[in-house]
Design a protein around this ligand. Sequence first.
Ligand SMILES: Cc1cc2nc3c(=O)[nH]c(=O)nc-3n(C[C@H](O)[C@H](O)[C@H](O)COP(=O)(O)O)c2cc1C
Length: 272
Amino acid sequence: MEDIQKQYDAIFVRKSVRKYRSEPLPPDAMFDLQRHVKELEPLLPDIPFAFEVLTGEHPTGKFVVQAPQYLLFYSKPDEPGAWENCGYLLEQFSLLFTSLGIGSCFLGSAKPPASMMQSNGLDYLSMLAFGLPEGSVTRERAAFKRKPVEEVTDVAEEADLLEAVRLAPSAVNSQPWLVTGVRGDLLFCRRKPPFFGRKHMNLVNRIDMGIALCHFRLAAAMAGKPIRVSLDPAQEHFPEKRAVPSGCVFSARVTYCTAAPPVKQYKAPSVD
Ligand SMILES: Cc1cc2nc3c(=O)[nH]c(=O)nc-3n(C[C@H](O)[C@H](O)[C@H](O)COP(=O)(O)O)c2cc1C
């Protein structure tokens, strides 16, 4: 719960950090991170995943940020939900980093050295640059460049919870999410990317959707509402299928209890 509170608070102040001090994190901080790996909550428990840390070398590719270290994520890229799971898990790290004063930045086009393209039979999907920042890891709420809430959702009664989604980071700040449905039963969709670069954007936007689901899960948990996430586009286990808005692709259907969480009743002392 302590980690959930820290991660949730970080949503409202975090930013991508692109300037780092040159030294890697001290060994005790790295040891602490390993402890956090055990506490991570995957989106899909059945998809195998692994992390590796790249130190002392830089990845190649477009838009690479020079950092002392990189957290590499591996999984089975062809499994349904693998890319969403990547965003969901790496974002938990990114938020924890923020809460610890450590900077990070997703790198969607970067490639690790050839020797690190695989780990334990799993393929490399994406990475986070991380390290001690030159400057701050946080910013004022007003400095977030994001779409207005009306472009993110039409579920006005859940706007408070969905603020965490609105503020989520995304590849080239594309903010592909569109959330429809009703309170307690939300459909998370992603807008199809423009034709140019569609193949790559389709993959990184799936990471973005995993990040959005991570933020929503944290906001709902803080409101005392654990969520259930179904990534089945056929929506087989639901009595009614919700329509995906035109120009969008199904990402997830998220359900949760709408009743107010139990509040401890205050029993007034009896007056004799
Ligand atoms: C999946 C993904 C890939 C990204 N790839 C890069 C990248 O290659 N290089 C970079 O400098 N920033 C990258 N970013 C950071 C985004 O540009 C950034 O999140 C977005 O502009 C919003 O800014 P903020 O994170 O400061 O809120 C990526 C973000 C995500 C979520």
